[in-house]
Design a binder for this molecule. Structure first.
Ligand SMILES: [Mg+2]
Length: 470
């Protein structure tokens, strides 16, 4: 699929989704779609109460998608978590591989031009991400000096090999002391693209994180969580995913780089606290808190996406991101069929999100020669060497990988059971990434707010934008 030029003012729900030639009965495909839809549904559910403290959620628990609140969004609209995940996905799909420079360019488009934002504006950006993107813009001047005469568009679209030839340029702008959750919240596209090659999924999850978040805890949280998502897509049981030896059981995926001690502490089961908030689980933006909170929700969700995502949100604080992180793993585990249809149907631009997930699945299958069979061989070898591990727990997955079925249809039909919501207009126009369209947004930049200044959840803060009229 193709994505619009960042200056085209085309909003996500207006992007045309081509029919993808897929075997829709594939369990792995349903897990891939479930992960990205799960991320966006969690984000949208938590958006109206972002930054609310725990006590507010105790008094006013979220039970459904609601409008207004923190950002004055319509029910179903999503925030930076989903926008950045779509930017990352669009890079993997467009480049057909991991291109770190292109990823930063797309994050910059979102930050500066509202690319793949649910409102057409960047209205919610974390401080660490903003600092890193500002630094990236500054560093792009080094490339401009090297390629004098090229327009900004041309600089953004330079092949990675040419960028690599520029001395003193480095697109990795993360700073080591910044351990926020801004990389984990957007992670899913990497494991969804590379699930057939777990080592690459884990390695690139770390590299993708360090573009904006240089702290080793933030990087390793993404490596660990990517491994969990990959394992979930391959159908590993919940017992295996939450096993305190998950890291050791999947050690080859992590290469020679050990996990940070604090991330390893979480992986060992620090989140298994029956009392939840009372036992110290927090929905804060510090990466260890977020990782712990999302896994606590998954561990205690009674095998229900609905139960888990609401538990994540009702911890309070960074509600949308805790839920988006939960949704990436839980969506992969329960598949898209496990996400309540009323939420999936209300999700803004749900057709695009499903289409993007399908494209990650398809393009990922073309990205290398590795297949699921190689994953199975590796796991079989590993399990044979671990005589203490129950064989019955090691072969839960294993839907064999089937070649993509070609179809002649060119029109969109409802994907995995979800049609286009009636309130959203049908796609109206389409522009490729190299379009010369020259529009601009009237942009407003917002940053994280002081919760004490927020209007009550469920009420408009005055920034409501009717996306159907844009
Ligand atoms: Mg957000």
């Amino acid at each position: 699929m193709q994505f619009p030029h960042p200056d085209s003012r085309i909003l996500p729900h207006q992007i045309l989704c081509p029919a993808t030639p897929l075997n829709s009965t594939s369990k792995e495909l349903k897990r891939v779609v479930g992960s990205l839809v799960g991320l966006a549904v969690g984000d949208a559910l938590g958006a109206s109460v972002e930054f609310r403290p725990r006590q507010y959620l105790v008094d006013h628990p979220v039970k459904d998608m609601q409008s207004g609140g923190t950002w004055g969004l319509q029910a179903g609209q999503w925030t930076d978590d989903t926008s950045m995940a779509l930017c990352l996905a669009s890079s993997l799909i467009t480049c057909h591989r991991f291109n770190s420079y292109d990823q930063m360019v797309r994050y910059k488009w979102w930050y500066k031009k509202g690319f793949l934002s649910s409102t057409g504006e960047c209205f919610d950006i974390g401080n660490t991400t903003r600092t890193s993107l500002d630094e990236f813009c500054r560093r792009q001047n080094i490339i401009k000096q090297r390629f004098r005469g090229l327009k900004d568009d041309d600089i953004d679209n330079l092949p990675l090999e040419q960028v690599r030839s520029v001395q003193n340029f480095n697109e990795y702008c993360g700073v080591s002391e910044h351990a926020g959750n801004g990389a984990l919240m957007r992670l899913a596209p990497v494991p969804l693209f590379y699930f057939r090659q777990p080592e690459k999924a884990v390695r690139y999850a770390g590299e993708s994180a360090s573009l904006t978040h240089g702290d080793q805890k933030a990087v390793d949280a993404c490596r660990y969580y990517a491994a969990l998502i990959v394992a979930a897509i391959h159908g590993e049981s919940k017992q295996d995913l939450l096993n305190e030896h998950f890291y050791e059981n999947h050690k080859p995926w992590f290469g020679s780089m050990k996990l940070h001690d604090q991330v390893l502490h979480v992986a060992r089961g620090s989140y298994k606290r029956p009392g939840g908030y009372k036992d110290g689980i927090r929905g804060k933006s510090y990466i260890v808190n977020t990782l712990e909170a999302a896994l606590w929700a998954f561990w205690s969700d009674e095998n229900s996406f609905e139960t888990g995502v609401l538990k994540a949100i009702n911890l309070g604080d960074d509600t949308d991101t805790t839920a988006a992180v939960y949704g990436q793993l839980a969506g992969a585990y329960y598949t898209v069929s496990g996400i309540p249809p009323r939420w999936a149907e209300k999700l803004y631009a749900n057709t695009l999100i499903i289409c993007v997930a399908e494209s990650l699945y398809v393009e990922g299958s073309r990205s290398g020669n590795d297949t699921v069979q190689q994953y199975q061989q590796q796991m079989t070898t590993q399990h044979q060497s671990q005589s203490t591990k129950s064989i019955s727990q090691s072969n839960q997955y294993r839907d064999s990988y089937k070649p993509i079925q070609q179809t002649s249809s060119g029109a969109y039909k409802g994907r995995i059971g979800y049609g286009v919501p009636s309130k959203q207009p049908q796609p109206q126009s389409y522009t490729t990434i190299h379009s010369n369209a020259n529009y601009s947004y009237d942009r407003k930049q917002k940053t994280k707010k002081d919760p004490s200044t927020l209007p009550p959840a469920g009420l408009s803060s005055g920034h409501t934008k009717n996306w159907t009229s844009i």
